[in-house]
Design a protein around this ligand. Structure first.
Ligand code: S3P
Length: 441
């Protein structure tokens, strides 16, 4: 019998110090994929070297680009763009591992080329819906065979011969938007994506950095994005800033462990990604942002968090898209806040790497926190956190890290099962937290 794999966080007295956040996951995937589609050389600095991204690097290579690691976080992608023929049929199944962003953006990119490719992923990715992307890509002319269950991986894509569409998003999803826009680069005519609610706009920004023209106009609360087909991307230099979704974990620990002061340097502050920081400030968090600058086409700053007496808030539902990956760690900090923190309009959490509402409700409850579950949300009532539980993570990196942070301030240790997936987005998490004074092992 093999031993169960666990990590345990023990209560500590204060966290102190300054660290750099790992590179942003969204921008890391995009820099490799766009580099693979582009003519010429793309040099990337600050790439996240997590498992999700390494799977995307292998995929881009399988589609015909040359991908080299030059040093820590420094990668070079040389695209094979020949007119409309940048990607070619890969020789083997494209295994995207745990990465929803990887597989959905790669399908969009590949759909524009005359090729056949089979996509697959790990057990978690095989449970996630794919029709949200294959549907609009099929409307553009791509064909898909479901190799097992409809709407799920593995699937085979037959690309090429696309025409532009106008697509109105029904969920605020940057993955769907990005897949359509990447396909639109090699489609006949214009491709338009209308977003009633804004989602992260790294694709639009990075397409411009690669020389494409993308028209974005405000429409209601959202955006109308128009892209002309037949545009060639040109390789460029991409500096990937720190990931706000990863920075959230050490900052959260500082907010809940008395006496703490932690700075995370070089955090990306794209307004479509900073909903958690706005929410924490409304909860009374002592957060300061210094050294604001622009790097890689994105606003960046250093964020300092100090221990704070937090109070519960109602998170506005229209903020969900700007912090959708951050509700697990928000709910861990809400466990230490006075009163109720209401998180609604977050049904999308149920189709992430795991059903994140169900897992946070189960984990927090096991640690003695009062939580109410709803179909599309959950409510946490703060108070002393007992801890003293071993929590299931369903191999979800953010569920594991959220409970470990919770355990640093609880009365008794908190253990998580299957913590290996932390390496998908935050390699070095344990060492970094312990370097600040944490006790995770
Ligand atoms: C991402 C978009 C979000 C987010 C994911 C990364 C991206 O997913 O949850 O971690 O890089 O475009 P959705 O677009 O499905 O909301």
């Amino acid at each position: 019998m093999t031993a169960l794999s666990t990590l345990t966080a023990r209560p500590v007295s204060a966290l102190k110090g300054a660290i750099r956040a790992p590179g942003d996951k969204s921008m890391s995937h995009r820099s490799l994929i766009f580099g693979g589609m582009a003519e010429g050389v793309t040099d990337i600095e600050g790439l996240l070297e997590g498992d999700d991204i390494l799977a995307t690097a292998r995929a881009v290579e399988a589609f015909g680009a040359t991908v080299e690691r030059l040093g820590e976080g420094r990668w070079r992608v040389t695209g094979q763009a020949r007119g409309m023929g940048g990607f070619r049929s890969p020789g083997a199944v494209i295994d995207c591992g745990n990465a929803g962003t990887g597989v959905r953006l790669l399908m969009g990119a590949a759909a524009g080329y005359d090729l056949t490719a089979t996509f697959d992923g790990d057990a978690s990715l095989r449970k996630r819906p794919m029709k949200r992307v294959t549907g609009p890509l099929a409307d553009m002319g791509a064909r898909f065979d479901w190799n097992g269950t409809e709407d799920r991986l593995p699937l085979t894509l037959h690309g090429g011969g696309l025409k532009g569409i106008e697509y109105v998003q029904t969920v605020a999803s940057a993955q769907i938007k990005s897949a359509i826009l990447l396909a639109g680069l090699n489609a006949a005519g214009d491709t338009v994506v209308v977003e009633p609610e804004k989602s992260r706009d790294h694709t639009e920004r990075m397409l411009r950095a690669f020389g494409a023209t993308v028209d974005v106009t405000e429409e209601g609360e959202g955006w109308r994005i128009r892209l002309k087909g037949g545009q060639t991307l040109t390789g460029t230099f991409v500096a990937v800033p720190g990931d706000p979704s990863s920075a959230a974990f050490p900052l959260a620990a500082a907010l809940i462990v008395p006496g703490s002061e932690v700075t995370v340097e070089g955090v990306m502050l794209n307004p479509q990604r900073t909903g958690l920081f706005d929410t924490w400030i409304e909860m009374g968090a002592d957060l300061t942002i210094t050294n604001r600058r622009v790097s890689g086409g994105e606003d960046v700053g250093d964020i300092t968090a100090r221990y704070s007496a937090l109070k519960g808030v109602v998170v506005p539902e229209d903020r969900a898209a700007s912090m959708i990956d951050e509700y697990p760690i928000l709910s861990a900090t809400a466990a230490y806040a006075e009163g109720r923190t209401v998180m609604r309009g977050v049904g999308e959490m149920r189709v992430k790497e795991s059903d994140r509402i169900a897992l946070m409700v189960a984990g927090l409850t096991a640690c003695g926190v009062a939580v109410e579950e709803e179909a599309e949300g959950f409510i946490v009532t703060g108070g002393p956190v007992r801890g003293g539980a071993t929590v299931a993570t369903a191999h979800d990196h953010r569920i594991a890290m959220s409970h470990l942070i919770l355990g640093l301030a609880a009365e008794q240790p908190v253990s998580v099962l299957d913590p290996e997936m932390i390496a998908t987005s935050f390699p070095g998490f344990v060492a970094m937290m312990n370097g600040l004074g944490g006790s995770i092992g």
